[in-house]
Design a protein around this ligand. Structure first.
Ligand code: GLA
Length: 420
């Protein structure tokens, strides 16, 4: 794990003592409520697809540069992403110059971002989008660029001055669990004090987990979303692991999610190389059920029409963005089938049926309609629409009947149940 085992813990704790006083006194006064992320954040984040590519000589189209983000911003508007709801264009690690400037402020790499972040933010805003940026609570970012430890106020103010709208705050290179927690809390308040609306995306529980159980009441109080589990990869193995972790831990994490604070199972990798069509359907369906931030990491310049249609599916996005803001959960697992459900506004429900069996062909699975949504989803009846893998209006179902689904191996059928 990325917390360093060497122990200058004392230094960190002493360094934070005066800060602790400040935020506990503020905390006593009022709860943090920045009014943001009332539904899960939607956008694009560079990490999974572009990682820390610094080589703009050899790979001008894939390196982390101003040009990459400007191209993505243009496409987010011209190709319907913005209209579908994807609003935040987010920079991850590796945007920085190796050193802070003479005033101690972070600065963008001058070769790769020749006009600086403020210019990029203006451009992104001119397209009607918002800009996200990345920093780290510790001494260095995970890729070794300057960390924010000791500079939380400076960095929060710098981001606000530049016009940044979201901060992903990573947890590498932090010397102790105490400084990790204090740093995440302090940065939340520092962002708030700038007066600019900045979505605060944390990785606090992920870095805390090896040491002790995360206190989700605390985390939800300070963060708009938080990563609980390992980085997503462009592989089915990775998606399966994230879903397995979520089902195992759902008792602790589902109830803390709601408007303003979400569990973040990491980026959507739909449109890349590693997932089959049915596996991409599974990621989209389950990220909708989980009320997860929808942050795509793909190349919008080269994406198949099929992946694009899946990512822009209005019905599925409506489930993800449902204003009731309740995260779904897995309520049945039998015979290599998982059934998940999520309560939606207007007494509607979303139901996902996953086929975990990776041998053989499509399987049939029958559900007693009366067993869905604590028995009330279809009482006395409901209209069922299959949303994925394709939209099919299945019609009216009475409470007493059985619904038969057909699910491809490693695929998912996503349903919506409405009362009228
Ligand atoms: C960590 C995070 C990733 C990404 C990288 C960047 O691994 O979990 O999401 O931000 O750092 O270095």
């Amino acid at each position: 794990m990325k917390l360093l085992s060497r122990d200058p813990r004392l230094i960190c704790e002493l360094a934070f003592r005066p800060l602790a006083l400040v935020f506990w006194s503020i905390l006593g006064a009022k709860a943090l409520n920045n009014g943001l992320a009332r539904t899960p954040t939607m956008g694009w984040l560079h990490w999974e697809r572009f990682m820390c590519n610094l080589d703009c000589q050899e790979e001008p189209d894939a390196c982390i540069s101003e040009q990459l983000f400007m191209q993505m911003a243009e496409l987010m508007v011209s190709d319907g992403w913005k209209d579908a709801g994807y609003e935040y264009l987010c920079i991850d690690d590796c945007w920085m110059a190796p050193e802070r400037d003479s005033k101690g402020r972070l600065q963008a790499d001058p070769q790769r971002f020749p006009n600086g972040i403020q210019h990029l933010a203006n451009y992104v805003h001119s397209k009607g989008l918002k800009l996200g940026i990345y920093a780290d609570v510790g001494n260095k970012t995970c890729a070794g660029f300057p960390g924010s430890f000791g500079y939380y106020d400076t960095d929060a103010q710098t981001f606000a001055d530049w016009g940044v709208d979201l901060l992903k705050f990573d947890g590498c290179h932090c010397d102790s669990v105490t400084s990790l927690a204090d740093g995440y809390k302090y940065m939340s308040l520092a962002l708030n004090r700038t007066g600019r609306s900045i979505v605060y995306s944390c990785e606090w529980p992920l870095y805390l987990k090896p040491f002790h159980k995360p206190n989700y009441t605390d985390i939800q109080y300070y963060c708009n979303h938080w990563r609980n589990f390992d980085d997503v990869y462009d592989s089915w193995e990775s998606i399966k692991n994230i879903l397995a972790w979520t089902t195992t831990n759902q008792k602790e994490i589902v109830d803390v999610a709601g408007p303003g604070g979400w569990n973040d199972p990491d980026m959507l990798v739909i449109g890349n190389f590693g997932l089959s069509w049915d596996q991409q359907v599974t990621q989209m369906a389950l990220w909708a059920i989980m009320a997860a931030p929808l942050l795509m990491s793909n190349d919008l310049r080269q994406i198949s029409p099929q992946a694009k249609a899946l990512l822009q599916n209005k019905d599925v996005i409506a489930v993800n963005q449902d204003p009731l803001g309740k995260q779904g959960y897995c309520f049945r697992k039998e015979n290599n089938i998982e059934v998940w459900e999520r309560p939606l506004s207007n007494l509607a429900w979303a139901v996902a049926v996953r086929n975990l069996q990776e041998i053989g062909g499509p399987r049939f699975y029958s559900i007693q309609v009366a067993s869905l949504g604590h028995g009330i989803a279809c009482h006395p009846g409901c209209i069922i629409t299959q949303l994925l893998p394709e939209k099919v209006k299945l019609g009216f179902y009475e409470w007493t009947v059985t619904l038969k689904t057909r699910i491809n191996p490693s695929g998912t059928v996503l349903l919506r149940l409405d009362h009228n």
